[in-house]
Ligand binder design. Sequence first.
Ligand code: FES
Ligand SMILES: [Fe+2]
Length: 395
Amino acid sequence: MQNGTPWPAGDADFARINLPIDQAGGLPSIAYTDPAWLALEQDRLFAASWSFAGCVHDLAQPGDVLPVVVAGSPVVLIHGEDGVIRAFHNVCRHRGTVLVDRPERGRHLITCPYHAWAYGLDGRLRSRPHFFGGEKHDRADGADAPGLVPVRSEIWLDWIFVNLSGKAPELAEHLGPVHARIAGYNLSGMRHCGTLAFDIKTNWKFGFENYIEPYHVFATHKRLNDVANMADRRAPEFERHVLWCSYRIKPTNQDLSVGLPYFPMKDPAIGRRGLWFVVMPNFAFEIFPDHVVTFICTPLAPDRTHERLDIYVAGDAAMDERHADGRQALLDAWREINGEDVGIIERMQQGRLSRGFDGGRFSPYWDEAVRHIARLVTEAMTAPTAWVPWTPRPG
Ligand code: FES
Ligand SMILES: [Fe+2]
């Protein structure tokens, strides 16, 4: 960190991140507690890169509309009458009122509640009543009529990503390190079977730091440790903004699910492992032979995070009634496992209020990935304004 930044943490606090692992420490506490730090993260990380915004299944039909917040900024996802899902800034072009405040279905227009400007599902302004006075309704279909401002968006499987800055590399490139490691799976038939939501009193980074490191499993997740103990686990790896980790599992993981069908896979060996990824800044997911779970952290405040988990099973067969118990067992298991993590990461947040904490110490075997997240965040926070995250920095 350069001198002159608005944070009281000094250069030495940030320099510790890059020391040899046995001397290194994590981000200073200010990175987890300061509203100004989060505001800059929203800009430098969430707006500048590809952020997860919502699921396709949330707006499955033309006319479905979903308001979301990305990088602290209101965005609306709209399933158009042409079948295309688009993203727009969720704000009226007249006086800046938020247009959509709840999920809706069967819409043909997006009408502002303030002065009734109406936009088509393609974002074009269609009418603005009384705009020129009197009773006349401006049809507003001229080229200069101010339509909704589009947000760059792309879809991978069930997941809609947006890039608010418009400058990030293509989504396929952003996800490149993931695609290279899941080529043996065919997830195209995955079916959504449940969503879990948690409001947590913690900083969003603790969600991902905890998600990627398996060091805590033996102490925090006793039941999970019985499924795959520490000897079956490996330290996480990483490439740029993507981190991953895996472990060996029993052929059918009875503690996580009950006899659900497997995804088609080229190599039976991958049917014996769990593989999970963090794609900075806000998307993570885990692949098992018989299910996929996403893990999204959305910062609401420095010490408040919304977590969303979506669970998918393998094809229509897995959605059959005879697998209802298996699907329910899966949801129950993830509610229990994530609940165990929630208690811990709330205590991590409380620990950042201590005047006696200095950034801590890292396990030389397990914690390189946690250190890498600290590096990624620091890199983005200190980069020149024009820098596009996860690309080489000038100079
Ligand atoms: S602010 Fe939307 S129509 Fe006036
Ligand atoms: Fe955990």
